[in-house]
Design a protein around this ligand. Structure first.
Ligand code: GAR
Length: 216
């Protein structure tokens, strides 16, 4: 089986990276991790990558005066490792339009909200402040505007009475770890197509009925 070569970009903990490492360990998973790249030398996710025997690279943004030069260095590393799909997994740097264009439809991101709600930072605190009944996560193709682009998969989780930022983040994170490997699988299998700016997943089952929160 020809496996799609992933380049995973991280900045920190790397729990989504870990979910992809676990998924790719299955012999029938259609993607493999060719490179894990961090912009922070101290990112905990680098340790996870090394423990899994993966190639790693650090491109420290502090060494670059210009964003374009930083992005060019990342681009070089990705191409050296023959990456076919870039997965942003807690990568906390904005990428230049040139880089995004170069990887158009070949770069995806995970964000801890039901986009287009709560783009940007502090999503869980803002969801709690807004009093929404559902939170969730989104995996989407990357476009130049932050947290925008065709949506591949979303998961909704309830916001529960008594939730704080940490408890909500943990519930969403668990959903993230299921969604990211699934989105990558669909792309690797050639089943995720962008049609008129939206993603169509060939042969994906319809979900069960919707949820109501609070329940009756
Ligand atoms: C995840 O919750 C991810 O959705 C979020 O950062 C966290 C990284 O965790 N990404 C963003 O907020 C991007 N806008 P991880 O390093 O454990 O995967």
């Amino acid at each position: 089986m020809k496996r799609l070569r992933l380049g995973i970009l991280i900045s920190g903990r790397g729990s989504n990276l870990q979910a992809l490492i676990a998924a790719a360990a299955a012999p029938d998973y259609p993607a493999e991790i060719a490179l894990v790249l961090s912009n922070r030398p101290d990112a905990a996710g680098l340790g996870r990558a090394t423990a899994a025997g993966l190639a790693t690279a650090v491109v420290d943004h502090k060494r670059f005066a210009e964003r374009a030069a930083f992005d060019a260095e990342i681009d070089r590393a990705l191409r050296t490792h023959r990456v076919e799909l870039v997965c942003l997994a807690g990568f906390m740097r904005l990428l230049t339009p040139g880089f995004v264009a170069a990887w158009s439809d070949r770069m995806i991101n995970i964000h801890p909200s039901l986009l287009p709600a709560f783009k940007g930072l502090h999503t869980h605190a803002r969801a709690l402040a807004a009093g929404v009944r559902f939170a969730g996560c989104t995996v989407h193709f990357v476009r130049p505007e932050m947290d925008e682009g065709p949506i591949i998969v979303q998961a909704a989780v309830p916001v529960l009475a008594g939730d704080d930022e940490a408890s909500l983040a943990a519930r969403v994170l668990e959903a993230e770890h299921r969604c990211y490997p699934q989105a990558v699988r669909w792309i690797a299998e050639g089943r995720a197509r962008i049609v008129d700016g939206r993603v169509v997943i060939d042969g994906a089952p319809a979900p069960p009925d919707g949820l109501i929160n609070p329940g009756a």
